[in-house]
Structure formats: structure tokens, C-alpha cells
Design a binder for this molecule. Structure first.
Ligand code: GLU
Length: 307
């Protein structure tokens, strides 16, 4: 029997939930509840400098006002360094990772990958050059190995991680563990079977699958939702001054998120409180109706702060 469905929502506490993060929360929640599964909440604060004071409390308050009910304790990446270190040790012992002394500048000056981003040229993979000290830890990739997965909304995605990205960072020069490592270790440790998140992360997925294979961890199913972009084509984020969801307008925001995800919102739930909307939405959820697009523009009511 396949394992029971376990989904998750993994916000970074870099600011209040905005419409883009709400869409990821709604999609992952409905998919988990509709499948009779669990829905876990993980605060992705591995990147300490990016976390804003009070950010987590704001997000939890918004999720409560929106009527989300998560299962079990909230996880925090900032409390899980020993697990990331253990995974890194395993990789090192298996000869899968290496210390790298290159600076960002040196890599930027090297051969670009097909998408124009700098690709790691492999300088330190067989040992640090004399006189160099370790700055980061990287995972070895293999050129010519195509990693593929069937995304439930975006279709089949393949990437030759070795050729397109190259050996990537697992531990950063500032001593912090990288998002790629933390997400893979945490999803496996919490038994996540299905990842539902924004399509802005689709380009990280093949890297994460490669890392799962190197660590002998299972690969979850993937469903990448379209991301909300503003009128300038930028993903809603703190940097683009996306508005936080106002807890007093939770019901309206939920209806807008359902519509964004291609669900036909019935007049019977317009004006209803979140609990009623959720009962209806869990019953009516149709993942097949989610537009298979990477991005969809939203109006100024969600994209720009006016104050
Ligand atoms: N923490 C990431 C974000 O807020 C999500 C990571 C994931 O879902 O894998 O965008």
C-alpha cells in the first residue's frame, strides 16, 4: 500500500503572507485534505539573516485567521542544524561532497550555463588548490545524467543538473546550511509524500531529486502551482512590496486564491466565513482545473502596498 498522503507548507518568515504565499498554502492544504492526508507546517528560517523579527508570529496569526488547521507541531529549520550536519557528513563520507574555496566572483567569471547563470567550473572538486581555504561545501553532480520528474500540473520536467547547474552549494560561506539541503532533509524526516508549492521552485526540483538520490531518500510527488506576478512580471514578494493578507479580509482572499487556482467559485460561498469556504472547497477541489502555467498576473489589490 502506498504511504498515506503527507503534504506541507513551508513559508520563509521574511515578511507577512502575501497573495502568492497564500496560493501555495491553499493548494497544498486542499490537496492534502482532499486526499485525507496530513498537512504539516514548517517555518523555513534556515537563512537566519533573512528572517524578520516577529515574522513567524505574523504568519501564524494570518494562517489562523484564514482557518488553516495544521497537523502536529510547527517545525523550525533553525532548530535542525544537527540533522543537516549529519546529512552533510554522510555525503562527505560517501565522497559525494567536497570543500570549495572559490569566491562568487571567481564563479561568475567562469563559463555560464545554458540559461546564462554562472555554472560551477569544478575547480575544487578533486581537492582544494594549494593555498586555498574551504569557504563552502558543494555536492558533486554528474554531467550527462538527466533527472526527470512528472509534475502533476506542469508536466514532465528534465534537467541535466551537472551540465546546467554544476556542483551546487550545500553549506554556504557564512556557515549556514543551504535551502536545498534543508528542504530535502526536512521533507524526508517529516515523511512528506507530496510537495505542492509555487512554480518559482520548479528549477530547484531536479537538484533536490539528485540530492535525495545521493542521500538514499525517497522522492516525493511534485505539483507546482502557477506563481502570482505583478503587472511588471515580478513574482509577488517583500522586495516587490506585495501586500500582506489582511486577516480582516481573509474570506475574500481565500476566494481569490481559489479562483486563481482555476476553481469555479459558487455563489453560495461568496460572503461566507472561512470555515464554510473550506468545507465547500475541500469537497469541490479539482486539481485538474489548475492552469498549467508557470505564472499568472494579479491586480493591484494584491500586488502593491498603498501605505
Ligand atoms: N520556503 C520557501 C518559500 O517560502 C518554500 C520552499 C518549498 O516549498 O520547498 O518560498
Amino acid at each position: 500500500m502506498p504511504p498515506a498522503y503527507v503534504g506541507r507548507f513551508a513559508p520563509s518568515p521574511t515578511g507577512p503572507l502575501h497573495f502568492g504565499s497564500l496560493v501555495a498554502a491553499v493548494g497544498s492544504y486542499l490537496e492534502a485534505r482532499r486526499r485525507g492526508g496530513r498537512w504539516l507546517l514548517r517555518i523555513e528560517d534556515v537563512d537566519r539573516p533573512r528572517a524578520v523579527p516577529g515574522g513567524e508570529q505574523t504568519i501564524l496569526g494570518q494562517l489562523e485567521a484564514l482557518g488553516f488547521e495544521w497537523d502536529g507541531e510547527v517545525w523550525h529549520q533553525s532548530a535542525r542544524d544537527e540533522h543537516y550536519a549529519a546529512a552533510l557528513d554522510r555525503l562527505r563520507q560517501g565522497g559525494r561532497s567536497f570543500d570549495c574555496g572559490c569566491t562568487r566572483r571567481e564563479i561568475a567569471d567562469s563559463t555560464p550555463a545554458p540559461d546564462g547563470a554562472p555554472r560551477y567550473p569544478g575547480t575544487c572538486r578533486d581537492g582544494l588548490p594549494p593555498g586555498r581555504r574551504a569557504r563552502t561545501v558543494r555536492l558533486k553532480t554528474e554531467t550527462g545524467v538527466c533527472i526527470c520528474f512528472d509534475d502533476r500540473v506542469q508536466g514532465r520536467i528534465c534537467e541535466d543538473v551537472g551540465a546546467e547547474v554544476g556542483d551546487f552549494v550545500l553549506k554556504r560561506a557564512d556557515g549556514l546550511f543551504a535551502y536545498q539541503l534543508a528542504v530535502v532533509v526536512d521533507d524526508a524526516a517529516s515523511g512528506v509524500t507530496d510537495v505542492v508549492r509555487g512554480a518559482d521552485l520548479i528549477d530547484s526540483t531536479c537538484r533536490q531529486i539528485w540530492l535525495q538520490r545521493c542521500l538514499g531518500l525517497p522522492t516525493p510527488g511534485y505539483l507546482h502551482l502557477p506563481v502570482a506576478i505583478d503587472g511588471h512580471g515580478n513574482k509577488l514578494s517583500k522586495q516587490t512590496r506585495a501586500r500582506g493578507i489582511d486577516p480582516a479580509r481573509s474570506a475574500a482572499a481565500l476566494l481569490a486564491a481559489l479562483q486563481f487556482l482555476g476553481q469555479r467559485v459558487s455563489s453560495e460561498i461568496v460572503g461566507a466565513p472561512p470555515a464554510t469556504i473550506w468545507r465547500w472547497a475541500i469537497d469541490q477541489w479539482r486539481p485538474a482545473a489548475i492552469p498549467s502555467r508557470r505564472a499568472i498576473a494579479v491586480g493591484a489589490e494584491f500586488s502593491e502596498e498603498t501605505t
